[in-house]
Design a protein around this ligand. Structure first.
Ligand SMILES: [Zn+2]
Length: 326
């Protein structure tokens, strides 16, 4: 068993991503990827996960016996002690033991966390959070989630749900949120919310270059398509992004006022792929926050992109098995 390499696994609604990480320098030596697909039974799912891990080991040219630990970041509610995925709406599973089967198969320790916490750990060790001990990572995707780092440690809260920035209430009579209540931040600033607004405009007959690039039923839209539309001055897309960025900025201003972090790291495909959205959100956050913290706050983009979760999961696994990274 080696202390140098760990497996990081990102288990999401659309894909399972695995990476072999060199813990000394944060370099990914190999990756594996498969669609999550429909989950018929737990055993098949574990077999699929193992095949993704093996694919990453093969690409890395690292034998399973050289791996010291496995970390998983799953998109849902997790029981960290038992290594069980309690509920994942996007994956369609509940009460799924993940850590134990993998630990049994590879004969090494395996730790489970949620996707946002592992991505935050990734940024903390090898991304935009290096050399910063108090920061908040905010990820904009199907929802809006965040991870809080306090004195160099992830802060999880009394029941483990700290950082649910997506459910900061901006308007008590506002849009319906996935959580069942009205007016939450993610009902305005998530990628899903932006796509919904654009679909609404198109349905009402507005003209936009995005028309051919959006799935009108599912509201699926690539960040690159949004970015290109802003580039050519498309009004429907620019307005939708501008409003969403304004709401995101309001949420960030609340975080700045309440927590007074040194840095906010913004991640997710839309933030990383669309400069306009990022710049507008930063502008509104600084305008809305109190003067002194607003002046000092550093708002930067995440650095690890799609691999933040994989890298962070690997780091988390090593920390949980008792050895400190770096
Ligand atoms: Zn909500």
């Amino acid at each position: 068993m080696s202390g140098k390499y760990a497996i990081g696994l990102d288990f999401g609604g659309t894909k399972i991503l695995s990476g072999v990480l060199n813990l000394d320098n944060g370099r990914l030596l190999g990756v594996g990827k498969k669609k999550t697909g429909h989950v018929d039974n737990h055993a098949d799912l574990i077999t699929r996960i193992i095949s993704v891990i093996d694919e990453s080991l093969e690409e890395a040219g690292v034998a399973a016996s050289q791996i010291g630990s496995i970390g998983i970041g799953a998109a849902g509610q997790v029981n960290r002690e038992k290594g069980i995925l309690i509920y994942a709406a996007n994956i369609g599973v509940s009460d799924l033991p993940l850590a134990q089967p993998l630990s049994d198969y590879y004969q090494i320790p395996c730790a489970l966390g949620n996707d946002v916490e592992v991505a935050t750990i990734g940024e903390m060790h090898f991304g935009a959070g290096r050399h910063c001990s108090n920061f908040v990572c905010v990820f904009v995707g199907t929802g809006v989630g965040s991870g809080i780092v306090q004195n160099g440690q992830l802060y999880r809260g009394a029941t483990g749900s700290a950082g649910e920035i997506g459910h900061i209430v901006l308007d008590p009579f506002g849009r319906l949120c996935g959580c069942g209540l009205l007016g939450c931040l993610e009902a305005y600033a998530s990628r899903t919310a932006i796509a919904k607004q654009i679909v609404g405009e198109l349905t009402r007959g507005s003209d936009s270059v995005i028309r051919d690039k959006i799935d009108m039923q599912k509201g699926i839209l690539r960040s690159k398509a949004l970015s290109d539309a802003v580039e050519v001055g498309d009004e429907v897309v620019t307005t939708a992004l501008s409003q969403a960025a304004q709401f995101l900025g309001m949420g960030l201003a609340s975080v700045i006022n309440f927590y007074n972090p040194q840095r906010i790291i913004l991640g997710g495909g839309l933030v990383e792929g669309c400069d306009y959205f990022f710049t507008e959100a930063v502008k509104h956050a600084k305008q809305r926050a109190l003067r002194v913290p607003a002046k000092k706050i550093e708002i930067v983009k995440a650095e690890l992109g799609d691999y933040a979760g994989v890298i962070g999961a690997a780091v988390m696994a090593r920390e949980k098995t008792g050895l400190v990274v770096r």
